[in-house]
Design a protein around this ligand. Structure first.
Ligand SMILES: *Cc1c(COP(=O)(O)O)cnc(C)c1O
Length: 393
């Protein structure tokens, strides 16, 4: 371990394992399994695999292991388990530790698939889930009771970009003996190390900023060695949600530029948010980096940045929002985020289409709301594209 390296160095080098050829770029070990020198060696490895010993790619693989070590170093956790997608990570982190009769408290403002796991899957297996407004600490205090097994929340909610106070919620949870599981996708490991603020388990969809180029689905669960190896690993390796070595190689390469990309994107997002905030054609601009954001101070304390996403409301509802989206020339209409390409999303008709109207309203998903994931294009070109499209409506 080389944890005394600074983060930019870790992003480039941490976890690298070289074969006898001394290759510069990490090798992709595209193999389902590994052969043993003897029957005795096979037996010994099944009993207890060493740090550099592998059995079957569903259990672990050298390329995947390199990625796990790199992300664990960046997140500041002892260990990590790489998964096939962000949802495999959320599902794995929760399902591996919960059993029938357990109680979980979760923030209400969640990515649609996270909501499905908490509301449908866990409930079906007898886990009771209480939902709270994640920004209201009194609601957490009231819902978390002695015996609550875990709390779950997205540190910045999708798409309304509410910031949840990781340290305060962790204090409330820990006082009751509950484990804190944070989906930290919007904050990125660059702007917020959730474990430093009290989280026990941090999950990422690596599909987002960590790949950052829209190439592959992936996820990761970060936590202590006992949690990752004794709780998560048995569940993941036996249920089949492991990351493929090829995906791990993509993610390793994504991490090399992660810091540079996140900072460039956040700089652009701040500039765009400031310009849009002064634009009378919009009724509301949501960006944690703007002083007008309700959790602005918390965002700066927790992330030191406003992040790479913003949202705004177009007066005139769905019809005007569609006219705006259809007039964009550089910015693409899609639903990924954290990508090098700037992406505009209309949550009410896409990612959150299936929510009932009253729930959309409660989560701030108005008919005119557009979410913008700012990419790596020239900021002035993006501002010009937004300006032109706003003129069309
Ligand atoms: C995208 C996303 C996920 C799911 O990740 P996938 O890689 O698409 O499975 C989970 N949580 C949040 C906050 C996300 O944005």
């Amino acid at each position: 371990m080389t944890r005394d390296w600074n983060r930019r160095t870790q992003l480039v080098h941490e976890g690298s394992r070289r074969s006898q050829y001394g290759e510069m770029a990490e090798a992709i070990f595209l193999t389902q399994g590994f052969a043993y020198d003897s029957a005795e060696q096979a037996e010994a490895r099944f009993l207890q695999a060493g740090a550099d010993e592998f059995i079957y790619a569903r259990y672990g693989n050298p390329t995947t292991r390199m990625f796990e070590e790199r992300i664990a170093a960046i997140e500041g956790t002892e260990d990590a388990f790489a998964t096939a997608s962000g949802m495999a990570a959320v599902n794995g982190a929760l399902m591996s530790m919960l059993r029938a009769g357990d109680h979980v408290v979760s923030s209400r403002a969640l990515f649609g698939s996270c909501l499905y796991i908490l509301e449908e899957v866990l409930e079906r297996f007898g886990v009771r889930v209480s939902f709270v407004d994640g920004t209201d600490l009194d609601q957490w205090r009231a819902a978390v009771v002695p015996g609550t097994k875990a709390v779950f929340f997205e540190s910045i909610s999708n798409p309304a970009l509410e910031v949840i106070d990781i340290a305060s919620v962790s204090d409330i949870a820990h006082a009751a003996g509950a484990l804190v599981v944070v989906d930290n996708v919007f904050a990125t490991p660059i702007f917020s190390r959730a474990v430093d603020q009290g989280a026990d388990v941090v999950v990422y969809s690596t599909t987002k900023h960590i790949d950052g180029q829209g190439r592959a689905l992936g996820g990761v669960i970060c936590g202590t060695v006992p949690f990752i190896r004794k709780v998560v690993e048995p569940y993941m390796k036996h249920t089949g949600g492991s990351m493929s070595p090829f995906t791990a190689w993509i993610m390793l390469n994504g991490m090399v530029t992660l810091d540079l990309r996140c900072r460039a994107m956040a700089g652009s997002a701040a500039k765009i948010a400031t310009v849009l905030a002064g634009d009378s054609r919009l009724s509301r601009v949501i960006f944690p980096g703007l002083p007008s954001h309700p959790q602005h101070a918390l965002a700066l304390r927790q992330m030191g940045s406003g992040g790479t996403l913003l949202a705004f409301d177009i007066p005139g509802g769905k019809e005007a929002a569609f006219r705006f989206l259809n007039a964009l020339k550089i910015i693409r209409i899609s639903n990924n985020l954290g990508d090098a390409r700037t992406i505009a999303t209309h949550p009410a008709t896409t990612t959150h289409q299936r929510l009932a109207e009253d729930r959309k309203a409660r989560l701030g998903i108005t008919p005119g709301l557009v979410r913008l994931s700012v990419g790596l294009e020239d900021t002035d070109d993006l501002i010009a594209d937004l300006d032109r499209a706003l003129d069309v409506i």
